[in-house]
Design a protein around this ligand. Structure first.
Ligand code: SF4
Length: 332
């Protein structure tokens, strides 16, 4: 089956006062229609930069190269205006922090109406609406319908509220409803439960799963929680310091993690039945002076000489299960 979204050899650098930060180091990934794929890795490894590259919201200081295509339409080769219209009409986005993602000076209704109006112009030109009041009524009906879909009680009431008058869980439900406006095929969820209480997280994850199945969407789900990734996804990509180091079917990758970083991530999860757990010593390398070979080499317990100089290629070790490490294949 052809991929719906394809990212090929994506490099993202940032100009800084200290030199060029080489953050994404040739990221490639694909997502098939109606597939949920997770991108996991520790904070600062480049997950959100990947999402921002797809959404075309990187800061001005960034330099991007590679290919990002949705249904074979290469975003990076078309004009900015066409690119942004295409992205905003086809890709939904659930942000990381519901506390800061809604403008506190507008009511939920005002933001909703604005978004619905923007999406509506694709189907019905603004001039075609006969009366402004009727237009607002149509938008209100759509907004109420969407809020009902995310199980928010009294949606009419929610529309008149300011973000600060809602709880964190309610705000995240509002953002999920907003991500479903229009004719979306693809959704990016960027750690949507990170800022929420653990008791609310489960409800939000269940809601995303339910909506994705109902709307038959493809999803890139960004998380550092391997349990959530396993629960939601068909496949998992593991990212370290701007490189995809391992990817494969969720079951195969978690049953048989191959890359020392993936193994370290799994060993970092505290378990209630055990007294201890090991983490990964050290920290992410500087992106201005990253290691020349494998970017994980300064922290890797199995590092060899070749690892310091040569970036390992991706190798398929099981069907559909790839790893980027000199421990596997010919180089071993
Ligand atoms: Fe460790 Fe070398 Fe594999 Fe990198 S390539 S993960 S340093 S063994």
């Amino acid at each position: 089956m052809d991929a719906l979204l394809k990212v090929e050899d994506l490099h993202v650098n940032f100009k800084t006062p200290f030199g060029m930060a080489k953050v994404l180091n040739g990221v490639s990934l694909y997502i098939k229609p109606q597939e949920i794929v997770s991108l996991v890795g520790e904070t600062g490894c480049g997950k959100s930069i990947t999402a921002k590259s797809i959404l075309d919201v990187l800061p001005e200081t960034s330099i991007i190269s590679g290919k990002i295509s949705l249904k074979d339409k290469d975003f990076l080769s078309i004009g900015k205006k066409e690119r942004r219209t295409l992205i905003r009409s086809r890709i939904g986005y659930i942000p990381q922090n519901p506390m800061t993602s809604l403008n506190p000076v507008f009511t939920i209704g005002e933001v909703f109406f604005d978004l619905i109006k923007w999406h509506g112009k694709e189907i019905v030109p603004w001039r075609a609406y006969r009366k402004w009041k009727r237009h607002i009524k149509e938008e209100r009906d759509i907004a109420i319908e969407l809020l009902k879909k995310v199980h928010l009680p009294q949606p009419e009431d929610v529309l008149s509220k300011y973000p600060t008058q809602l709880s964190g869980g309610m705000r995240q439900r509002v953002l999920i409803a907003m991500s479903m406006i229009g004719n979306r095929e693809f959704l990016i969820a960027d750690e949507p439960t990170t800022a929420l209480d653990v008791t609310i997280q489960k409800g939000i994850v269940e809601l995303i799963k339910e909506k994705v199945e109902e709307e038959r969407l493809s999803v890139l789900y960004i998380t550092h929680n391997l349990g959530v990734a396993k629960y939601l996804s068909n496949r998992i990509y593991v990212m370290y310091a701007g490189d995809i180091v391992e990817f494969g079917p969720s079951e195969s990758l978690l049953r048989n993690p191959l890359h020392p970083y993936t193994q370290g991530l799994l060993n970092s999860i505290p378990k209630l039945v055990k007294t201890g757990f090991s983490g990964i010593p050290g920290r992410l390398p500087s992106y201005i002076t990253p290691p020349e070979g494998c970017r994980f080499s300064p922290r890797c317990p199995k590092s060899m000489e070749i690892c310091n100089n040569i970036k390992p290629p991706l190798k398929e070790v099981e069907e559909g299960h790839f790893v980027r490490c000199h421990l596997y294949g010919k180089d071993n």
